[in-house]
Structure formats: C-alpha cells, structure tokens
Design a binder for this molecule. Sequence first.
Ligand SMILES: [Cu+2]
Length: 322
Amino acid sequence: MDTSLKIESLMQKGTAFFPGAVGPFADNADSLFYFIFWGSVIIFVGITLFVGYFLLAYRRKKDSQLATGQMTHNTLLELSWTVPPTILVLIVFIWGFKGYLHMAVPPLDAQEIHVNAKKWFWEFGYPNGNKAIGELVVPINTPITLIMSSDDVIHSFFVPNFRIKRDVLPNRYTKLWFEADKVGNYQVFCTEYCGTGHSAMSAIVRVLSAEDYKAWLADANSGDELPLDKLGEKLYTAKACVTCHSTDGSVRVGPSWKGIFDANRPIKGGSTVKGDENYLRESIVNPGAKVVVGFENIMPTYAGSLNDREISALIAYIKTLQ
Ligand SMILES: [Cu+2]
C-alpha cells in the first residue's frame, strides 16, 4: 500500500466544487447540487435587487410625507410566494429521494466485500477469505456492496470521487454500494473523528480493468518470493503499523521498534520481558497480554489479519532495526 494521499484522484478532471466523477451516483448528485446552488444564487440576487428597488422607489422623500395606506391582504401575492417555493422544494425532495433510494438498495448480483474499521486503518475482507489493509482492489464495471462494521469507535467511509459516504459503527452493519466506471486509484477518507490517528486513516480504492483484475487475483499471494525482512518492511506500511510505530526511535502512539529486539521490555505491573520472537508474536496477536510501560492498551489485535509468514516477516524486520 502506498500511504501517500492520491491527491491526483481528487484534483484531476474535477471542478471547483467536486473531484472527478466516477460511478453511478456522482453525476446525479452533482446535478442536484448545482440545481440547488444556482437556484439559490438566482433567488438571492433576485430578492436583493427587488428589495433594493423598493428601498429606493418607496423611500420617504420629504419630512412632511406621511405613511400611506397599509396593505393587509393580497391573494395573488400570497400565492406567488407560497406555490412556486413549494414546487421547488418538492422537485429537490423527489430528485434527492430518488438518488437516495438508488444508493440505498444494492443490486442483487453485487459482489460483497467486508469492510472492517479499526483505529486507525481499514481492513477489506474478500469472499475467498483474503484480507487486505489500506487497499480495496475491485474490477471495473462491477457492482460492489460493502458490508461495514467497526471494532472500536464510530468511523465513516468516504470516497469523494464516488460521492459515497456512510458511518461505520461498532456492533452493527451498514452497507454501501458502488460501481466504478473508470480505472484508477481513488482516495478513501475516514470522516468521523476517531482519535489521534484519524487523519492518517486513509485507504485507496484501486479500480482495475477486467484483465488486470484477473492478473491481480492470480498473484494476490505475491510476496512469497521476498526475503522475510523485506516483506516485513513492506507490511510495516501495508498493514498500517506505521500509524503508531516508528522505526527511528521516535515515540508515536506506540513505542518505536528501534532496538526493541532482545532488549528488556518494561511491562505494566512491574515486570520486564525479553523482546524475543515469542514476545513479539504475542504483542502482535494479543497486544493486551503485556502492555509496555508508558503506553495504553489500544493496539488492535492482528490475529486473523496476518498469516504466519507475515507475522514472521514483521518480526524479522523488527530484528533488523537495531
Ligand atoms: Cu476513523
């Protein structure tokens, strides 16, 4: 995973208001926005000119001039400020509601992908059991339903290019669907403030052509040929360890990995533990078992998200950081 923001997906082919439009909802959502926006501009300017004209035309010109007859009722006038606005509001409502229904009901043949939010990364679970962190790879022109839940607090899944956003809650599933019609990398943001690492909680939706997607499926297990410590270095960013751990000795939300291998680790409760392979493995799959002094027990468990080879690779990488 490349963690740098895919800003080009936000700027390219976009307008002053919106990033480039992708998928079935974007054009409709943008049109409705522009309808409301330009409608408001026209009405605002119109009313301002009207009021300005009345201010000038009916101002009191002489001190001696008295207020003239008070108007109490005018049916035509009242209808004109009741009926047209009601029609406008109804247009906006029906237009918006149709778009909402389209977004709310995923097509039956959609491919399902589970999205699991944790502080502070996104994990994607594919039907074949594969899991990926920080990168959602999908084929073009294929409806995808995201079934989303959170392990901790409320997060929110937002893909600006697709104009889709929904809260991701603990203890409940929320759904979102899309169908990407343009190949490319699209930025995902978390848009519900969820703690220290919130701003780093991003991911990429990678939309591939049908052939590239097939090829990607075929070598989804690539990494097998990399030496362990090199694979571990890749996983350090790919599995989002980087949001909480540094490799240069600086303290983030978690302790730096520099020099922890084989060192004595101070554990809450007063004991110390040697930073050997077993301790490191336990720290990854069951982080709450031994909490390092000076830190909170907030690391998510990676049990089930990393396979054996990946855990060994991360340990091999930590070993190199002396
Ligand atoms: Cu979040």
